[in-house]
Design a protein around this ligand. Structure first.
Ligand SMILES: Nc1ncnc2c1ncn2[C@@H]1O[C@H](COP(=O)(O)OP(=O)(O)OP(=O)(O)O)[C@@H](O)[C@H]1O
Ligand SMILES: [Mg+2]
Length: 238
């Protein structure tokens, strides 16, 4: 079986700075795969490239068997690859309901859109309670929920989450992680970037550790959780 996402020797540069220096990994349908690593390792750059927001310098990306090279970002969303970006980027003056509607901008099936908005409210009840409120009034954790809900509105085959727990309280973080597990149990495929390596590896089928543009270690989530070098570098143990 070929994987839903195949990344082969991907290189991405900002001018002369090579931020991603030839990485390869794959994501099978139904899996959670996580990229962890230090600040500046190239994780966000990788996701932005997969979304079509950055053009790779080299390498190949196959999504659902199709090469993504040269396909613009909105068409990549239409193919089923959704991205909940770092820093959330919700529209603060629009209501929660309007933000969710925008996530469905490529769809015209009104009834289906309404059903999926209801699904987002089921997943995150607070969004339903506040549906008419400006999104900018939500707390950081609630805005993260809205960003995830919005990404789901495109009916993705693969959901990419860039640091969904950034800046959240431990309780909010647990809530977000539980929701990621729930999405997986519903069959969603997820590529997760997280600073919280413990939480991400606990959920993940596979993980890859990135350092300055390269993957330096790969394994199952459990293998990496118990790996001594990972424990020292990312889980705060000596
Ligand atoms: N727009 C840009 N122009 C120039 N360099 C950039 C740009 N964006 C990122 N970089 C550089 O590329 C490298 C990788 O950055 P990236 O944001 O992908 O890292 P990251 O792994 O997501 O880090 P973090 O954990 O801090 O979010 C860094 O050295 C960063 O300074
Ligand atoms: Mg980042």
């Amino acid at each position: 079986m070929t994987a839903l996402l195949e990344v082969e020797d991907l290189k991405v540069a900002y001018g002369k700075i090579e931020a991603v220096k030839g990485i390869s990994f794959s994501v099978e349908a139904g899996q959670i795969v996580t990229l962890i690593g230090t600040n500046g390792a190239g994780k966000t750059t990788t996701l932005r490239t997969l979304s079509g927001l950055l053009k790779p310098a080299a390498g190949r990306v196959l999504f659902d068997g199709k090469p993504l090279s040269g396909i613009p970002a909105h068409k990549i969303v239409a193919l089923g690859l959704a991205h909940s970006p770092e820093g959330r980027h919700i529209f603060p003056r629009l209501t929660i309901a309007e933000n969710l509607q925008l996530g469905a901008f490529l769809r015209s099936d009104k009834a289906g859109i309404e059903k999926d908005i209801q699904r987002a409210y089921d997943l995150f009840p607070i969004l339903g309670e506040r549906r008419k409120q400006a999104a900018g009034t939500l707390s950081g954790g609630e805005q993260q929920m809205l960003a995830m809900g919005r990404a789901l509105m495109s009916q993705p085959k693969l959901l990419m989450l860039d640091e969904p727990s950034m800046g959240l309280s431990p309780i909010m973080m647990q809530k977000i992680m539980a929701t990621i597990a729930e999405l997986k149990s519903q069959g969603m495929t997820i590529l997760l970037i997280e600073q919280n390596a413990q939480a991400a590896l606990s959920l993940a089928d596979h993980g890859h550790v990135m350092e300055i543009g390269k993957i330096v270690l790969s394994g199952t989530g459990q293998d990496l959780l118990h790996d001594e070098s990972v424990r020292k570098a990312y889980l705060g143990e000596d």
